[in-house]
Write a protein that binds this ligand. Sequence first.
Ligand code: GYE
Length: 326
Amino acid sequence: MKKFLVLLTALVMVLGLCSFASAEDVITIGFAQVGHESDWRAANTNDYQSTFVAENGFELLFVDADNDHAAQLDAVRSFIEQDVAYIVICPVQEAGWETVLGEANDAGIPVIIADRGVSADPALYTAQVCTNMVLEGETAGNWLAEYLDGADANILVIEGSVGASATLGRTEGFNNIAATHDNWKILDSQSGNFDQAGGQEVMESFIKTYPGQYNVVVCQNDNEAYGAMDAMDAAGVTYGVDGDVTLISYDATNAGLTYTLEGKITCNVECNPMQATTVKELIAKLEAGEAYDAMTIVPDSGFCAPGITSEYAVTITEEIITSRPF
Ligand code: GYE
């Protein structure tokens, strides 16, 4: 009987250790997301939430910062307090990260900056996975130059959220190309917050301020373009391949590319939101103590409306749209 009890106790201890070990094996990720401003963001969030799941050995702590830098800093600090294994940040804005990144560093928690960049010293974080926003802006500019073929451009820009690297990069890239064309004029450039209501509001005010004076509208994401289209429809301004205004957008989400297929958004520069698998692979390397890339650029391309051939953008087809996951 005594022997049996000893064996039973040992068995209980082993089982206890096993469950302890498996709880230890779960990797907890604190994910500080920008917000829910766009279809792109929804696809990006969905990608993380379906990649960092229990069956892959993860627990994902998700915070939506609702586009608020201070709320995002709070989220990161709460992840540090909870002693998560990794922190992933899609930064609302580029500036203002030094202190909290230093705190994560002091706590020994690796930080991965994803989607957008930060201006902080890269020594303060472990790695970055992002798209090349400056190149996206240059792609839009190069496509426009090729499409206009020497014609004048009077351009209105609806920028993304103020201070976001996606806004800063796309603006810089597009301006790099605009600066090489003497007959291009950027009439105005204002933030539409990367959302549909913002795009509509800015376009309504542009329509009043610059009646008949513009032939190009650049929206820094698809949702802003939907808002700008509503504003132009209401005001009787025609746009797209058959209209007076050439409309350029970024993101190339499913709905955005459907408007491109219809010839309404003439050029749509892709930004790939499917970044979670790259982040997961990076974490696997960090866990294994293997060499990893401190900087991974997720590649993207441009798309243009049917009937246009371009060096900078792929002519959109129904098949392309249905084959894409976002
Ligand atoms: O273009 C926009 C989103 O950071 C690349 O943020 C991302 C941008 C994207 O809200 O739709």
